[in-house]
Design a protein around this ligand. Structure first.
Ligand SMILES: NC(=O)C1=CN([C@@H]2O[C@H](COP(=O)(O)OP(=O)(O)OC[C@H]3O[C@@H](n4cnc5c(N)ncnc54)[C@H](O)[C@@H]3O)[C@@H](O)[C@H]2O)C=CC1
Ligand SMILES: O=C(CO)COP(=O)(O)O
Length: 355
């Protein structure tokens, strides 16, 4: 086990904590690595025993993070109850489609006051629930947090300089997560707007697909800037209508995450958009990716929700028509460009009604 003990501001030594990471994919691996390198005991839960055995014996998760050694006191396990039972703090990196099932099946194993932090950037189809809402419903006696930000797993495992956001109402949850994860290459900023931080993380995946499409078509840098900025306008309009704080979108979890996923081919959502822009069928692109791209599901849910509550989201509608309808990319671009020219920042100048 590494000796790394960080002095705290008051001169005391940081204690070693027992933490659990649920989900053996790319992001679970990246967070297990940060926590392990920070000297904590990581109970790393994954479904697949062969994968757990590989991490146990070689330190490598070759299916999701090839060539990366997850160092430190890492204890891979397929026993979820045991991982939760041993942990003071639980991080959940399970795709949104499976999130509730995994938590519900093990809800009795969580303890009163235990800190549970979602790392997942998606929305549940039934009822448009965010992961923190699922946690509140399934394990209301736990203290809930959400971690989100410009956090490409493949860069974090390289120790590339990275910042993220912990959103929680309870200041002790925020402080604890900052202490656990913060290190020389990873900074954790704090926010109280759980809903905004979490919704931003889910929504930006849609615009990463749009940006991937634009990149495939080589639309130019002006177009890229227009798409990112109008994406920000659209996602904040939607989120604010549901109760998020607009200022959250100025932060790392908002514009920060939007920038990284809309400009990097390391983003799986961007890669899906790029493949479709190059003419690949959506199903083939998803199969070839072999990892989760939450944006393709979030898109359907947000399009439906936006229509239900009357929020204007032309990029969402256009992407939906390309991915799930039969619209050509050029027809959608033309219709977007020829729509009513409207307000830049609608929090300053309200949009005109006609669209
Ligand atoms: N990879 C990244 O750079 C980042 C990912 N995230 C978010 O983290 C979440 C997880 O994504 P990744 O780890 O990247 O996905 P991934 O595709 O790399 O891995 C998914 C993992 O979930 C597991 N899984 C799938 N269905 C399951 C089920 N029913 N029960 C238990 N485990 C199941 C898979 O076995 C696999 O270990 C997503 O919501 C993603 O948006 C957030 C920040 C960065
Ligand atoms: O959320 C991410 C970066 O912050 C990862 O994005 P992708 O899921 O598109 O890879």
């Amino acid at each position: 086990m590494p000796e790394k003990i960080e002095p705290l501001a008051n001169g005391a030594k940081e204690p070693v904590h027992d933490v659990a990471v649920l989900g053996g994919g790319s992001f679970g691996s990246a967070m297990a690595k940060v926590l392990g390198e920070n000297g904590h005991r990581v109970h790393f839960w994954m479904r697949d025993e062969a994968q757990a055995e590989e991490v146990r014996t070689t330190g490598i998760n070759s299916r999701y993070m090839p060539g990366v050694e997850i160092k430190g006191d890492i204890r891979p396990t397929t026993d979820l109850a045991d991982a939760i039972g041993k942990a003071e703090i639980v991080f959940v990196a399970i795709p949104s489609k499976a999130f509730r099932t995994v938590i519900r099946e093990n809800s009795s194993k969580f303890r009163d006051g235990q800190i549970v932090v979602s790392l997942t950037k998606g929305i549940e189809a039934h009822g448009f629930k965010l992961m923190s809402e699922i946690l509140l419903e399934e394990i209301p006696r736990c203290r809930i947090g959400v971690l989100s930000g410009p956090n490409l797993a493949s860069e974090i495992v390289n120790r590339d300089l990275t910042a993220t956001v912990i959103a929680a109402k309870d200041p002790d949850v925020r402080r604890t997560v900052q202490d656990l994860l913060g290190c020389e290459y990873f900074r954790v900023y704090a926010n109280v707007d759980i809903y905004g931080v979490e919704l931003a993380g889910a929504l930006k995946n849609i615009y990463a697909i749009v940006a991937g499409l634009a990149s495939a078509l080589d639309m130019g840098e002006n177009a890229n800037a227009m798409l990112i900025t109008r994406g920000l306008a659209e996602m904040s309009r939607f989120a604010v209508s549901l109760g998020a704080n607009p200022m959250t979108f100025m932060g790392l979890a908002g514009v920060g995450d939007l920038i990284v996923t809309c400009t990097s081919s390391k983003s799986r959502n961007f890669r899906i958009g790029y493949a479709v822009g190059k003419g690949q069928k959506l199903d083939d692109a998803v199969a070839e990716l072999g990892q989760v791209a939450e944006g393709i599901y979030t898109l359907e849910l947000v399009k439906e929700k936006a229509e239900a509550i009357g929020i204007y989201m032309p990029l969402v509608r256009g992407l939906y028509e390309i991915l799930y309808g039969d619209a050509s990319i050029s027809a959608v671009i033309n219709s977007l460009m020829m729509s009513v020219q409207n307000s830049d920042v609608e929090f300053i100048l309200p949009r005109t009604i006609a669209e």
